[in-house]
Design a protein around this ligand. Sequence first.
Ligand SMILES: [Zn+2]
Ligand SMILES: [Zn+2]
Length: 231
Amino acid sequence: MQDLSISSTVKTLKDRSYVKIVKGKLQATELGLSVDRFQSSAFPELVESKFTAEMEERLDAIAQGKQDWQKYLTSWNREYFASAVERAKSKAGAEASEGQGNNGYAPREKSSQKCPKCGDLMDKIPSKSKKLARPYFLKCKRKACDVVMFYNKSQKAWVEPGQKREETVPKISEHLCPVCNAFLAEKTYQKNGQTKKMLVCSTNKKDKKHKDVVFFQSKGKWWSPKFGELQ
Ligand SMILES: [Zn+2]
Ligand SMILES: [Zn+2]
């Protein structure tokens, strides 16, 4: 009898994918572990040995005909199980909405940033991550796009992770800054839909003297309104 009940218990656990057999031994699956965790927190009584021992005694009594099973189960359900299930349900609901935060069923707030793939406005997804410069990141709602963007403080722009932004990695030129003699750095910018190059001081100094240190490409030469042509 004991063997039979153990093997039927194991069969049920296997049928529900709560356990699997690894190298001839039973091993709990991730599903099994999470069910166990939830059950222990939602029905703490059910896993208490005192509770289960008492229940087994009652079931033995029923098996021996000393206890009316309908009466027992009805009162068990009324006095314990029905309310325990209700508690567990509300607990499960609370945990599910906690896990989802504001990006689950709540309407998402739109950003003014367009998805680089489909051009639709991206959704703001709140995040408490300390790595982020803003308390949210952006996500395109279309699964096909699969685009997320994070705010980059130094670039002052929304960027995709791993995206190369060549214009933010200045290329050092062989020309020198007329103000501080550091090398000038090449940067790109957009004008009339074209990518153009310019030279600025590689030190990124923002003082008054450096305000005019910017050279534009003109007929194969670098030219600045203030400093003229670079030699
Ligand atoms: Zn998109
Ligand atoms: Zn300089």
